[in-house]
Design a protein around this ligand. Sequence first.
Ligand SMILES: Cc1cc2nc3c(=O)[nH]c(=O)nc-3n(C[C@H](O)[C@H](O)[C@H](O)COP(=O)(O)OP(=O)(O)OC[C@H]3O[C@@H](n4cnc5c(N)ncnc54)[C@H](O)[C@@H]3O)c2cc1C
Length: 398
Amino acid sequence: MNTILKRIDPRRPFTITAAGLKRITLGVVTEAGSLQDEALHSNHVPGQTHGGAAAKPRRTTQSARRTLLVVAHSERGSLDDHARQTLAAAALIADPHTQVALLVLGELKDDVAALGADKVIEVSAFDRRTFAPESELQALAACVAQLAPAHILMPDNATGDGDLGRRYAAYARASVATHVVELSATHVGVAVHAKKGFATRALPEIVLLAMGAVDSRLPFIGAGERMAMPFMTAAGATSAYDVYRDLGMEDIDAAQVALEEADFIVSAGNGVTDVSAFEKLAGAFGAAIGASRVAVDNGMFTRDKQIGATGKTVEASVYIAFGISGAVQHLQGIKDCRHVIAVNLDGSAPITKRANLTIIGETQAITTALIEAVALARSSSLAVSPPVTAAIAEGVAA
Ligand SMILES: Cc1cc2nc3c(=O)[nH]c(=O)nc-3n(C[C@H](O)[C@H](O)[C@H](O)COP(=O)(O)OP(=O)(O)OC[C@H]3O[C@@H](n4cnc5c(N)ncnc54)[C@H](O)[C@@H]3O)c2cc1C
């Protein structure tokens, strides 16, 4: 059975640095021939190498007889992690004669080949921030009429795709599975009875995939061809089908986002002394605030901010740990974070072994430098002042 499981290869290659730190060797081809880590993350175009890593092969070059359609909204020109996982899921279960087509509702600037798509249809007239369910439904129906996909895969999220998937299933009277946590070419699996049980069924026409079910890093690339669908124009996004009044979206303070749902977290430990500067940094980044148990026990943060074995478990794309040593109980709470950055005076603190990037430096200085850098980047688009870059560069350890 071709079941997709999220796994880390315990035998992946590593080197020991002069400071005694274990560093995973990224982008290396193992003896078994499988591609490793960062090469799988890279955004290089088909056929090019990236940082010395071998170019990834095309998933298939056979002619397509069948289509899997992935549908997702983009956010500021990019697919989020959940959408990327859904695209990867389709590419992983596709046989050599199956193409993976991606319908993007919104603008898309990502390298779609690297994400596993063979065809991409971009309908830039749509926008995740605009509620246009009927227009999106019509666009999806038109795309399905054109491509006749065997299955449709969508991220089961609360930001538009989950709603559209259910809406389309009802409209097309199609079979559907929601919150899918396990997937193969022939079946889906879902948790049932408040996650106390597990149920499987044959692959339905529409699969709404749960977050984290699939690793988005692929050992291959897709064809990445853009497809024009002339009938999907701006008019399609604002058609007369819409009978809803869109009241728009309200931005909330990032600090109010539940830590379990936050995509960007700045976290404070015992090495942070200026809480108000730290909160200012979180506000500048638009990041949620987390803390180590010591920082909570010290009374600097409330208990609901504690991350770790006896606190919250988080899955942020970016987790910046300021003055946190990286005790095993804390690391337990951040095991599913994608990019961990550590700011610490001690280059051999345990957190550095978990971190993808360590800045050896003083939390207060780095916090001030980052607040300045964000303000400057916002005011003068992308210019970053020399003192700021120097302050950060001073202590960056690879
Ligand atoms: C049963 C049990 C459950 C626990 N559960 C949790 C949990 O859920 N979450 C949790 O976090 N902990 C938990 N702990 C506690 C855990 O073992 C650690 O004690 C705790 O995580 C340490 O917090 P810290 O890293 O902030 O502080 P410290 O261990 O004091 O580390 C501070 C770090 O900051 C650095 N530093 C100091 N000053 C500066 C500066 N000015 N600039 C830059 N860096 C600086 C230091 O080099 C050090 O690495 C638990 C412990 C037990 C026994």
